[in-house]
Design a protein around this ligand. Structure first.
Ligand SMILES: *Cc1c(COP(=O)(O)O)cnc(C)c1O
Length: 428
């Protein structure tokens, strides 16, 4: 095929893509409706363009840069490792990987860890492991996994089947077999979905992409009991909620429920690509030598950075500080919501995984905030996600609140007839 110069490619794209204005002139496959904005460097919670404009980062690369940008301790860990060895493959021992696995197990329910490079891969491992567990337990007919509407588990063929979103499945052939999706929070539907071929239940303790929808602890407890009663494995997708985001190291910790398998990724590398599948020894018993692999997974660079992330997140006081920051920020957001009840319908979420359910389209709020030089990301259920780095301080919080307030005021003027939320009038 003829090579198209970037200018012409953009012209071609602009004719056939409805997000014309947002498509940027490039040879990149246009699967993202990218905003025409690029950052040259970052400092803590701030991203800076080549022209020196400073943006307040309340996206953190979608829950990835938990320690902000260019954290000196992470920079040091990465550059020191880069001077030693980058990659050796999994044919040899990687001491930093053994250390990281030890630390993740010491800090969680798990006995064993497999490292990958992304969230979707961590889920692939979790799904394979759940099936293999049943097979190794003498029940090879059990391979199906129950998932929930509004879920997000990644973009590989298997994880889009687990996600079950028609938008992501459309045009990619028959969905990978073996997923039974039930409505969010519907325990009877879960019970009905359990059959002789069911192997596991897969759930995010808080749906991130689905719109910061918190699953009730009672529901999770009921799932745990169903799994125990039926010999199923309970798999938590903590790719977005893990590593301090929700005010605990892992979101499951304050639910009173322990999974058998847990997928991690995003914040674990602080911006360096990494994924991890954690499991109990029992759940992992089928994954013997030769059953799974990855060329890059657990690479020394990733291990060095993730160990450095844990040094900081596990340090005394770090998680408590996330909780305090969350409490203050949510209080101030609730005040804004009361003042702008025709714009913000609800403030929800845990820790620093916060969702603003909007009255006008969430995308308008994201645009208004970007005009305020604050970046956020939309999610399902007409929600704007606030995912600041966990290290934000009083200054960043005040700036965020002021910018959100101004964006709300503009949206209120733009939508004068929007129905006010039920709490209007309760405002201070
Ligand atoms: C982001 C995400 C994934 C997919 O992670 P990738 O690294 O993009 O493959 C899976 N599950 C959840 C809950 C996520 O938020």
């Amino acid at each position: 095929m003829k090579k198209v110069p970037p200018g012409e490619a953009a012209h071609f794209i602009s004719e056939c893509d409805r997000w014309t204005k947002k498509v940027v002139n490039s040879h990149l496959l246009p699967t993202y409706a990218r905003v025409d904005l690029a950052f040259e460097r970052g400092e803590g919670a701030w991203l800076i363009t080549a022209a020196g404009e400073r943006y307040l980062d309340f996206t953190s690369g979608v829950a990835v840069n938990a320690l902000g940008h260019a954290h000196p301790y992470l920079v040091k860990a990465l550059t020191e490792q880069a001077q030693k060895v980058w990659h050796v493959s999994n044919l040899y021992r990687i001491p930093d990987g053994e250390k990281l696995a030890d630390r993740l197990c010491a800090a969680s329910f798990a006995d064993t860890v497999f490292f990958q490079n992304s969230g979707a891969e961590a889920l692939e491992c979790a799904i394979k492991m759940a099936r293999k567990y049943q097979s190794a337990s003498g029940r090879p007919e059990r391979f199906r996994i129950i998932t929930f509407e509004g879920a997000f588990h990644g973009r590989t063929l298997t994880t889009i089947a687990a996600t079950g979103n028609k938008k992501y499945l459309d045009g990619f052939g028959p969905p990978v077999e073996g997923f039974d999706q039930v409505p969010f929070g519907d325990l009877d539907a879960v019970k009905r979905a359990i059959g002789p071929a069911t192997a596991a239940i897969l759930i995010e303790p808080i749906q991130g992409e689905g719109g910061v929808r918190v699953v009730s602890h009672n529901f999770l407890r009921a799932l745990r009991k169903l799994c125990d009663d039926h010999g199923l494995l309970l798999v938590f997708d903590e790719v977005q909620t893990g590593i301090g985001r929700t005010g605990d190291l892992f979101a499951y910790e304050h639910t009173g429920v322990t999974p058998d398998i847990m997928a991690l990724a995003k914040a674990l590398g602080g911006g360096f690509p990494i994924g991890a599948c954690l499991a109990t020894a029992e759940a992992g018993k089928g994954m013997t030598a030769g059953t799974h692999g990855s060329t890059f997974g657990g690479n020394p660079l990733a291990m060095a950075v993730a160990n450095a992330v844990l040094d900081i997140v596990l340090a005394p006081g770090f998680i408590e500080r996330v909780r305090k920051t969350s409490l203050l920020l949510k209080q101030r957001l609730a005040e804004i919501k009361d003042r702008h009840a025709a714009v913000i319908a609800e403030v929800r979420g845990e820790g620093l995984l916060i969702g603003l359910r909007m009255v006008p389209p969430a995308s308008e709020m994201v645009d208004e905030l970007r005009a305020e030089k604050m970046i956020t990301v939309a999610a399902g259920d007409n929600v704007v996600r606030l995912l600041p780095p966990l290290i934000i301080g009083e200054h960043e919080m005040s700036e965020a609140v002021a910018r959100i307030d101004r964006a709300c005021a503009r949206l209120a003027r733009a939508h004068p007839r929007a129905k006010p939320g039920i709490r209007q009038g309760v405002a201070s």
